[in-house]
Write a protein that binds this ligand. Sequence first.
Ligand code: GAL
Length: 429
Amino acid sequence: MRVTRRTTAAGATAVAFVMTLAACGGTSAGEAGPSLRTHTDVGVYTWWAAGVEKTGLDALAEVFEKQHPDIEFVNDGVTGGGGSAAKDHLQSRLENQDPPDTFLVHAGAELEDYIKDGYVLDVSDLYEKYGLTEAFPKDLIERLSTDDGKIYSVPSNIHRANVMWANPTVLEDNGIDPSARYESIDAFITDLEKLDQAGVTPLSVGTTWTQVHLLETVLLGTLGPQAYNGLWNGSTDWTSAEVTAALENFKTLMSFTNSNREDIDWPDATKMVIDGEAAFNIMGDWAVSAFDEAEMTLGQGYVAVPSPGTAGSFDFLADSFTMTAGILDPESTEAWLQTISSKEGQVAFNKIKGSIPARTDVDRDEFTEYQRMAIKSFEEDTIVSSLAHGAAVPVAQLNAISEATRAFAGPSGHQDVARFQSDLAATAG
Ligand code: GAL
């Protein structure tokens, strides 16, 4: 087996090589080291480097090694929920001609710049070869396809972003009915106030990207699906009174959150609900795996419902993988794409990840009660695209929205809704 450097000789001296992760671990963005790699492996770049996310990736790697025993899976990624650190780091690797063989990217607008810059290859032929056009739902194929009908990534799963998780014991102890569903954000705020007065943390949240996640669900819950979609296609005016109302709601919700929010990522924010330290958390349904891991059952141990005001909408995102341009061994990468799109790969991965398979032809009895609910909702609800998870806007716009959110709600945030609204309006270009 020939060992080779991943980068071209040209520019190699200028390149900050990134240490390939051992299959068992993750590293922080920015750690450098030589990237010695072989022709018969596939370097898979994700931010699933810890906890239940890593367990899901391990399950996928196990299926890969079974299906392709001659190719080694190399865990090549960085930590940071939602890809908060991974995306900048990835960009510098791509610019420095040190591309991962395949990288995790959200289906939808997030792919646009990578396509424009020529960093990813058209994989439409694999859709034909592996029968994926028939196996994946039409809505998903549409979100994956460019205007000229090409597809640049293969999805492993579909997540729902607009889920509210609650601890029923904390709710009952404070006179709140755990079976209550909030049709509006106003009704939700009434109960948050009650919890606050009782000295309980009403709502847990984490660092900036999780706040943007909360913001997206509040925009959806206040505006409704059509006007929410309009924020991304230009038909909803960011400076309108409806958006002001949504941002006021966001400000109010943030005022009921934990004070250590800037120091924690989603697992700790969700854990506050698991441990009974907070009543509610709004997070994508990767969080269900944390409840599963804590051996809590849906209904008794935890509540999972659409976030306030969003019943009937499925706030969609899908994890997908690329065939990166300029790599040494496209065949090994094709093998990875084959595994993640196979029935066996999708079942093994999604059982742990909490998401639903992108394929529609898998046996739903393999999945939990929560996942069966999500499958049904994906089939029946209005599908909208997630902001925080790359479905709605390209990376640069999300970065600008995240900066505006941090300036508003982050450490020493200005808390001025009018200024926040005009900053957000400016991101729409
Ligand atoms: C999302 C990703 C999920 C999960 C989450 C938290 O962006 O699509 O699979 O990893 O971030 O890290």
